[in-house]
Write a protein of this length. Structure first.
Length: 285
């Protein structure tokens, strides 16, 4: 009975040992899976953090470049506007000087004509006075008529000259106004063309940047998909290796347990044979 109890205890201990090894292997496999999951999560987190830092750096560089480009465009526009203002001031000064010179020249010509006519009038008046003194009263009336005609002629000439001067001034003002309006229309056309060119350049730049960004995004998506496929394939290979090792270990454990059972059975039969042989010899004695 003690031998039977010992055998039962050994058998129970062997079963408990097998169950304990199986539980231990299960715990080790679970710990290995958890460790592998944590390791994969750490790798993904580090890669995501590096990607976020790179994206933020590129975004900061793009903002700095865009602000620099805006400042450069504003500086160029300000320089062009300063040059244009200087040119306009110079042109206005030259135009005012030309007009003043024109007015002075016109006044000089008119003053010379008037002086000549006044001298002629003075000489004619003196001649008329001398003629009136020397001629008789019969010729005084005829001389006065001639002087009156000459005076009327001088007045008509003076009025014609004043009208000609005013007409010339109006014509000059009209010509200057027409030239200024033509220049203003030309400047407006150039300004409109420059605005259209800037708008076209801005839209073209935005379109090109958007195309580059879309191509870069597609490339990044493809790289991410390829990385996911590689990670999945690596996880499958690792799981297949772990499963193969575990299967081989289970096969070894089963073979070892079968050998132990065979050894225990052989040992039990050997003890039984020895016990029977001892009992047979005691009976003979």
């Amino acid at each position: 009975r003690s031998f039977y109890d010992q055998k039962i205890l050994r058998k129970a201990f062997g079963r408990w040992k097998e169950w304990w090894t199986v539980c231990r292997e299960r715990k080790l496999s679970l710990r290995a899976e958890n460790h592998y999951r944590h390791f994969l999560c750490g790798l993904i987190l580090r890669a995501w953090r590096a990607h976020v830092c790179q994206q933020q750096g590129e975004r900061n560089k793009y903002c700095v470049a865009e602000s620099h480009a805006k400042k450069q465009k504003l500086l160029r526009t300000w320089q062009c506007w300063l040059v244009y203002v200087d040119v306009q001031r110079t042109k206005r000064g030259m135009q005012s000087v030309a007009l003043a010179f024109r007015e002075r020249s016109c006044l000089r010509v008119a003053w010379a004509v008037w002086r000549r006519q006044h001298y002629q009038k003075c000489t004619g008046h003196q001649m008329n006075i001398l003629a009136l003194q020397h001629w008789a009263q019969s010729l005084q009336f005829r001389a006065w008529l001639q002087w009156r005609e000459l005076y009327l002629y001088c007045q008509n000439e003076k009025q014609k000259e004043t009208r000609a001067v005013t007409h010339h001034g109006h014509w000059e003002l009209r010509r200057c106004l027409a030239a200024w309006l033509g220049y203003l229309n030309l400047h407006r056309g150039k300004k409109h063309q420059n605005e259209l060119a800037r708008e076209f350049q801005r839209s073209r730049t935005l379109r090109r940047c958007f195309c580059d960004w879309r191509l870069l995004l597609e490339c990044k998506r493809r790289i991410r998909a390829h990385q996911r496929d590689l990670e999945k394939q690596a996880a499958r290979i690792a799981l297949w290796r772990v499963f193969a090792h575990w299967k081989h270990y289970v096969v070894l454990c089963v073979e070892e347990s079968q050998q132990r059972e065979l050894a225990e059975e052989h040992y039990r039969q050997h003890l039984l044979v020895r016990a029977l042989s001892c009992v047979g010899w005691k009976g003979l004695w």
